[in-house]
Design a protein around this ligand. Structure first.
Ligand code: IPE
Ligand code: IPE
Ligand code: MG
Length: 246
């Protein structure tokens, strides 16, 4: 049976800002600014149609290796975005969370991230997770370190570590795995996003550059998702039998 329900959790690799700008003979920084506008309209549309959780890749652990000027412009953009967007996000019922190693950011940016999380902690309409200085391998490693420390302290039997307890030590521990993973910009790779969490996620690749993405494109991705059959290792016949049994 086809999956007709809305994906509860959508993850997006927002790629293509730089190329969008370069094609217009603009600085890459202007591409990132246009990317922020695309995030605002896509997140609003997602909330409107009832997507419960949106997780977006804003800055990877590898993006530090970009030219210093691009990195510092991006940091400025994160700061000003947090200052400008928080009130609107709060009023729209958005609960915000940052995932990734925040310790590498400037203390002032870390404070704003913390303040944003605290301000919106009580909101329940929709959850927006922003992955910043995030890497899927970092996430798995920090979970392994947490569990190893518990084992060393005698609080955890290593043999008792299972998928559930391991998943419980990851960044999105209290959030169901993404149902739909969208990557814009034409590349067909994960680039170290949610490695553990996307074991059974449906992938959708769009040639649109991220600054050109919008609600209509999100609907297109969701339509594609809804036409797929998620089998989780079972056969199609097993799924149909289950559906008949209700
Ligand atoms: C994604 O767009 C945004 C970040 C990685 C911060 P890019 O900046 O990677 O855009 P392209 O891939 O160079 O076009
Ligand atoms: C992935 O895009 C990271 C973000 C969108 C933040 P990249 O542009 O960094 O990925 P690669 O380098 O093309 O794999
Ligand atoms: Mg890119």
């Amino acid at each position: 049976m086809s999956e007709r329900v809305l994906p509860g959790h959508v993850a997006i690799v927002m790629d293509g800002n730089g190329r969008w700008a370069e094609r217009r003979k603009l600085s890459r920084n202007l591409g990132h600014q246009a990317g922020l506008r695309a995030l605002r309209r896509t997140a609003r549309h997602g909330a409107k149609i009832g997507i419960k959780t949106l997780t977006v890749f804003a800055f990877s652990s590898e993006n530090w290796n970009r030219p210093e000027k691009e990195v510092s412009r991006l940091m400025d953009l994160f700061m000003s975005a947090l200052d400008k967007e928080m009130k609107g996000l709060y009023e729209h019922g958005v609960r915000m969370r940052f995932i990734g190693d925040r310790s590498a950011f400037h203390p002032a940016l870390q404070e704003r991230m913390q303040a944003a999380q605290e301000l919106t902690a009580g909101n329940t309409r929709t959850q927006l997770n922003v992955a910043a200085n995030y890497g899927g391998r970092w996430d798995i490693l920090q979970a392994a370190q947490k569990l190893a420390a518990q084992a060393q302290a005698g609080d955890l039997d290593p043999a008792a570590i299972d998928e559930k307890s391991f998943g419980g030590a990851l960044a999105l521990h209290d959030t169901p795995d993404p149902d739909l993973f969208i990557r814009t910009g034409g590349e067909q790779r994960i680039s170290n996003f949610l490695l553990w969490q996307s074991a059974y996620t449906e992938f959708y690749f769009s040639d649109k550059l991220w600054p050109d993405f919008n609600g209509e494109e999100l609907d297109r991705a969701i339509n594609a998702y809804q036409s797929r059959e998620r089998r989780f290792g079972l056969t199609g016949e097993q799924l149909r039998a289950r559906a008949r049994a209700g």
